[in-house]
Design a protein around this ligand. Structure first.
Ligand code: BES
Ligand code: MN
Ligand code: ZN
Length: 492
């Protein structure tokens, strides 16, 4: 999709559809939509009177051949209550509009920004939304329903100087779609080796350094957590390392380590999962792919700090050689881990990933993982769980998420949770001996491998994919957290 800024009047713009948004209780007579209402012969006011146009969140009101407009259609998307309007809402309504219109054959659309959002950031959110709407899940359908695509979009009414914002939107949304596309692959088409191949290809195209550790090197490095999880599988593990090293980074500057869980399929191992919904565990590598996609984006946005992504990739399978409950693993850090449940595997591979990132020079860490069902209990599919320390580092991240338009919520990592992970016979155990708080005890386990380095852990188990399509996004992987991470590298 080609996207451009235009200064044409909404009344004369030529398009298959002109799109804008309305709030609940929007003033249609004097408000920002008054000009459109007059051009459309007062039809908007009429629809408001008959309660067909209420402005409620993501409502779609489509007028055909509105008199007084050059555009063939006028789409008014509900934006909800003005006091609740935020960046997430703006991006989603742009996506929802694009999905609504492409299924109706629109090829060329114009999106009219209006008060209170005409700034460059608004243009960026709209452009991101339009691009995210392009990806559909019909790759393995012999008959593609969704070959319809919007080819051209104009954004009208933006403040001057928004052009750079469009470029940034494209980088972020295309990286997010890159992530979604790979993460949607089933596990038979996305083994650790294949994932490493995707990462390598992307790194070369993006000008990133790449180092893929194969089984032998993983053994040499004594990455006992990763090896312990990979044992049950016929597919060998990989440790994927990408580095962005800008010439302008000064020696004293932070080095950010991005560590992501890439379990290409999680059966649970010997502590095997029930078969219902087990298919969803093909998404258990979304944290790793998030970090790879973030690297893809920052290779293009070019922040001034060095960033290293470390992505341990493996399957978690039962098998004759698989790790069994009660086994003890020697992690790369030297800490011993008693494996009481082989389904708590993400933390085992992240233990080595976090340690290795520090060994490669990371002074700051962020990890992302579809780590626990417990975070879904706590936050449902609506918010990413954010754990971290120290507090100012965590707060910087949460603020970044808010402006990036991603919903995230802080969770605790008090020392008491770490006490619940102490083993009687090894240094730590991989599940808690107490009750509840499964997302927090998992985070406390990870913390053991972060040293004194400022660290954030994102539990994206609830937010990494959609079981069913939303008006603003196709079913499948969402590419959550990428946008926040890209902004965060700049704030650091
Ligand atoms: N990949 C799962 C977590 C998960 C569950 C992600 C549901 C998305 C949806 C993880 O490896 C896992 O199995 N965690 C266990 C941990 C438990 C054994 C302590 C869980 O959450 O049940
Ligand atoms: Mn598991
Ligand atoms: Zn898992």
């Amino acid at each position: 999709m080609q996207i451009q800024l235009e200064t044409t009047s909404p009344l004369t713009v030529e398009a298959d559809a002109l799109v804008t948004f309305a709030f609940e209780k929007d003033e249609l007579i004097d408000g920002p939509l008054a000009e459109l209402d007059r051009a459309a012969g007062g039809r908007l006011k009429e629809l408001a009177t008959s309660h067909e146009l209420t402005g409620k969140s993501l409502e779609m009101v489509l007028l055909h051949y509105p008199a007084g407009l050059k555009a063939a259609r006028l789409l008014i998307v509900g934006a909800g209550k003005p006091e609740k309007f935020d960046n997430t809402m703006l991006r989603r309504l742009a996506s929802a509009a694009a999905r609504h219109l492409k299924s109706r054959g629109a090829k060329r659309i114009a999106f009219l920004l209006r008060e209170p959002r005409k700034d460059a950031g608004a243009a960026q959110l709209v452009a991101e939304g339009l691009l995210l709407a392009e990806l559909e899940l019909d790759k393995y359908k012999s008959e593609k329903k969704n070959q319809k695509a919007i080819e051209q979009a104009s954004i009208l009414g933006a403040d001057p100087g928004a052009a750079e914002a469009l470029e940034r939107a494209r980088i972020i949304a295309e990286s997010q779609n890159w992530a979604r596309d790979i993460a949607n692959e089933p596990s038979n088409r996305l083994t650790p080796t294949i994932l490493a191949g995707h990462a390598e290809k992307m790194a070369r195209e993006s000008g990133l350094q790449v180092d893929i550790l194969n089984e032998e090197r993983i053994e040499e490095m004594k990455m006992g957590g990763l090896l312990g999880v990979a044992r049950g599988s016929a597919e060998p593990p990989r440790m994927i390392v990408l580095t962005y090293n800008p010439p302008q980074a000064n020696p004293g500057a932070p080095v950010l380590g991005l560590v992501g869980k890439a379990v290409t399929f999680d059966t649970g191992g010997i502590s095997i999962k029930p078969s219902k919904h087990m298919d969803a565990m093909k998404y258990d590598m979304c944290g790793g792919i998030t970090m790879l996609a973030t690297m893809r984006a920052i290779a293009r946005t070019k922040p001034a700090i060095k960033v290293i992504a470390v992505v341990p990739a493996t399957e978690n399978m039962p098998g004759g050689r698989a790790t069994k409950p009660g086994d003890i693993l020697f992690s790369m850090s030297g800490k011993t881990i008693e494996v009481l449940n082989t389904d708590a595997e993400g933390r085992l591979i992240l233990a080595d990933g976090l340690f290795y990132a520090r060994q490669l020079g990371a002074t700051h860490l962020v990890d992302a993982a579809t780590l626990t069902g417990a975070i879904v209990v706590a936050l449902s599919t609506l918010n990413v769980g954010v754990f971290g320390r120290p507090d100012d580092y965590t707060r910087l991240f949460l603020d970044t998420a808010r402006t990036a338009g991603e919903r995230m919520w802080q969770m605790p990592v008090d020392d008491d949770y770490a006490d619940m992970m102490k083993s009687q016979i090894a240094d730590v155990q991989n599940i808690s001996s107490g009750d509840g708080g499964g997302a927090c005890t998992a985070a406390a386990f990870l913390r053991e491998f972060t040293g004194d380095v400022p660290w954030i852990h994102l539990d994206i188990a609830g937010t990494a994919w959609l079981d069913d399509a939303k008006p603003w996004m196709a079913k499948g992987a969402t590419g959550v957290a990428i946008r926040t991470l890209v902004d965060f590298t700049e704030k650091l």
